[in-house]
Design a protein around this ligand. Structure first.
Ligand code: GLN
Ligand code: ZN
Length: 762
């Protein structure tokens, strides 16, 4: 048995190379498959993962990386933090678990939120003074045994106790002053017990993930970290402990962990520690193994071996021992580049998905140990691919660069709002409290089939256009019948609001099998942005003008903003994100101009991900928000004063981004608000926001149809904060995930409520 970590990865995808887990879960939930079927699929997926990781030559194979739904939920179950309302349902363990994840008729699920700044979503555990932590479930042990039976010694991976508590929320019984982290000592007893049982079962290393410490933390929280690892470390009946951090730099927490009695620390050299200077001998890593995250775990590019080995070489002088790893779990990348048989052959050699990254780690590990000869061919091949990417045509487009260089401050500034408002009143006669929607209408079976048929070559372009136009006409007539004021074409041609644009812009490639888990059984297939971005030809103009020709009412053109396109794609790592954002913005600016020239008077540029990309550390917020705002303005400021620019943001807690929302300078901003009872309006007023605003009055995330009176009440509440000439009436978000059976009555109530409030406000 090896005692060093050598080469490893911090985690691995678990949905299955062909999304086997997704299928098994969904058929179990639908009652088509049994629990035994689901468990058998899960077991097979685990076995395949261990065999692959072991077979590729990793020195240390991570264990317990499988999850039926989410690893935070797993941790809550392991340590007995099941809220009583789920325990009371009287279901078996697996169904109780799924009830927490997805809800049942009588009981909604736990809240779900984003895992740091990734597109993975975790379930938020609820902890209260009455939560009794104990070792309630031994999945990590069973997982280890299962792997051992297959001849693979794993290193069980667990969410660390402090991160677990910091990412949890107080339950509804908790007093105002209660924080989940207050219960760290009680939780540590349960962790210590699990560690000693793992030790007794022959586990040599355990990995405890503490990524919460790459974000800003209070002194008390840092103290909790120190206390936790002193307590776990001082226990002698335990495996060796690797504390893993990822998604950024540990900052002050690094010193705390360096002085804790643990054997290894994993640091992220892909998104943190860009220079080794920020680490130094003074950090006291002499007696520790530094698990260097040299291979980017959340992006798809091949690693430059020279750069990685140089970094590793410097680390040898700082740490007692250096191991090679991914910067984070490979959960965030697809399985295998080799599955992509149709991808652009120029781009393919530049890419590494999970399987390729495991091999990169192995090769770097051998090279670092002086075994360079054995991996010389692989190193040379990788270097050639990395060099090819650097010089490749399509990565640098001089026309794009020249256009960006010629831009000045006037290109991001529109006429002042008063002028715009006056011009828009002339060009766009609208009643007070105008009604509209966020863009998409329900995606019916026919719509999906038409897109699939086109992709499969079963229908030609003319037939596809005919079907889409029929759908657009239906959506326009529906909106006219309902009496909406500003119409949309309904977005039937879009599978996804980012992928659709990526497929039409130069500089992007799409994958066929590049699925990444978003939450539970839900996966996304992010496009890959590899080169300078430009727009070969208009993208949405044909559909939008078709819709506009059908009606006298204004139709709103519908675009995705540059920040959201970046947030939901794999992005380049060879230039600052801000530069990439400006390129995407320029392409969208062309689209705005063409929509305007084609007669569209209203154009919406969606930025639902503006907040998602917010850096984890507050010191970096301003820099990000500056370029994010600039990109939006670059995309939209080419519009004339008479063109009304809308934006849509998908969240209701603004906090850190509220000033940026003002700075976007959109004429109308629609935002999620139905669930927070219009509180956001007060927040916007407080920072002097004085333009059009459409607080969502219908929660589209729920199948419930709001009564007209509920909408009326919300609008009256909104009118307390916003005058009638600035208030818009719209749902919370796009309607694509809903069905017409709910959408039609809901929109009817929305239109009726607007008319009622309009009449009485007069
Ligand atoms: N226009 C998009 C839609 O309606 C916006 C979606 C979103 O906010 N995520 O679907
Ligand atoms: Zn939205």
């Amino acid at each position: 048995m090896t005692s060093t970590i050598g080469s490893t990865v911090l985690g691995y995808p678990r949905i299955g190379p062909n999304r086997e887990l997704k299928r098994a879960l969904e058929s179990y939930w639908a009652g088509r498959g049994t629990e035994a079927d689901l468990r058998a699929t899960a077991r097979r997926l685990r076995a395949d993962t261990w065999r692959d990781l072991h077979g590729t030559g990793l020195d240390s194979v991570p264990g317990n990386t499988f999850s039926y739904y989410d690893h935070m939920l797993d941790t809550a179950v392991t340590f007995g933090a099941i809220p009583p309302r789920y325990a009371r349902l009287g279901l078996g363990p697996l169904d109780t678990y799924f009830a927490m994840a997805r809800g049942v008729e009588s009981t909604p699920p736990l809240e779900m939120t984003k895992w740091f700044d990734t597109n993975y979503h975790y379930l938020v555990p609820e902890i209260g003074p009455n939560t009794r932590f104990h070792l309630a479930d031994r999945t990590p042990l069973e997982d280890h045994r299962e792997a051992a039976e297959l001849g693979v010694a794993t290193r069980p991976v667990l969410v660390g106790p402090v991160t677990f508590l910091l990412l949890s929320k107080p339950d509804s019984d908790a007093p105002e002053s209660f924080r989940p982290v207050d219960k760290v000592d009680e939780l540590l007893d349960a962790y210590a017990l699990l560690l000693s049982e793992l030790h007794d079962a022959g586990v040599e290393w355990v990995q405890l993930d503490e990524p919460a410490f790459v974000a800003d933390r209070t002194l008390a929280e840092l103290d909790a970290l120190s206390r936790a690892y002193r307590r776990l470390g001082e226990n002698t009946r335990r495996p060796k402990i690797l504390v893993a951090s990822y998604f950024g730099e540990l900052g002050e927490a690094l010193g705390r962990l360096a002085s804790a009695p643990v054997e290894a620390l994993a640091l992220d050299f892909a998104s943190g520690y860009s220079t080794v200077d920020s680490l130094s001998a003074s950090h006291g890593l002499r007696d520790k193994t530094l698990v260097a995250g040299l291979v980017d775990g959340r992006n798809v590019w091949r690693t430059d071996p020279d750069r990685a080995l140089t970094t590793a070489g410097t680390l040898l002088g700082i740490a007692g021992e250096v191991a090679v790893s991914t910067s984070c779990s490979l959960l965030h990348v697809p399985y295998d580049v080799e599955a992509e048989t149709r991808i652009d052959p120029r781009v393919k050699p530049w890419l590494a998905f999970a399987r390729q990254k495991v091999r990169e780690v192995v090769v770097l590990g051998r090279a670092l140990r002086g075994d360079r000869d054995a991996v010389a061919d692989e190193l040379a091949e990788t270097k050639a691919a990395v060099a090819d990417r650097k010089g490749a045509e399509g990565v640098h487009d001089e026309r794009v660069r020249a256009r960006l260089a010629a831009l000045g401050p006037r290109d991001t500034r529109r006429a002042d709002y008063a002028t715009r408002q006056a011009r828009q009143r002339e060009s766009l006669p609208l009643p007070p409290l105008p009604t509209t929607t966020i863009g998409s209408f329900p995606q019916t079976g026919d719509v999906r089939r038409a897109r699939a048929d086109l992709r499969a070559g079963a229908i030609d372009h003319a037939e596809y256009t005919r079907r889409m136009r029929a759908e657009i006409e239906r959506v326009v007539r529906t909106q006219e019948d309902l009496g909406l004021d500003v119409l949309v074409h309904g977005e039937p041609e879009r599978n996804d609001m980012v992928q659709y644009f990526a497929e039409h812009l130069a500089g992007f490639v799409s994958t066929d099998h590049g699925w990444v888990q978003s939450y539970g059984s839900r996966c996304v297939r992010p496009p890959i942005l590899f080169g300078d971005v430009s727009r070969p030809e208009p993208i949405t103009v044909g559909w939008a003008t078709y819709a506009q020709r059908l009606t006298d009412r204004p139709v709103k053109g519908m675009l995705t903003g540059p920040v959201t396109i970046l947030a939901w794609s794999f992005v380049r790592d060879d230039q600052p994100l801000a530069d990439t954002a400006r390129q995407v913005a320029l392409a969208m600016r062309d689209e705005v101009r063409d929509l305007e020239a084609a007669g569209l008077r209203v154009i919406q540029v969606d930025e639902p991900a503006l907040r998602e990309l917010l850096p984890l550390r507050a010191v970096r917020h301003k820099e990000y928000l500056d370029w994010a705002v600039e990109a939006f303005r670059l995309a939209t400021a080419g519009a004339a004063a008479h063109t009304q620019i809308h934006t849509h943001l998908c969240y209701s807690e603004f906090g850190d981004v509220i000033d940026a929302i003002v700075a976007l300078d959109a004429d109308v901003t629609s935002i999620e608000a139905a669930r927070s009872r219009m509180e956001v309006l007060g927040d916007l007023n407080a920072v002097g926001f004085a333009r059009g605003v459409g607080p969502g009055v219908y929660d589209i995330h729920s199948p419930r149809v709001p009564e007209r009176a509920e909408v009326t009440d919300l609008l009256r509440a909104a009118l307390e904060a916003v005058p009638a000439d600035r208030l818009w009436v719209n749902p919370d978000c796009g309607l694509k995930t809903r069905g017409y059976a709910e959408v039609e009555p809901a929109l009817r109530h929305l239109v009726e409520a607007a008319a009622e409030v309009r009449a009485s406000a007069r």
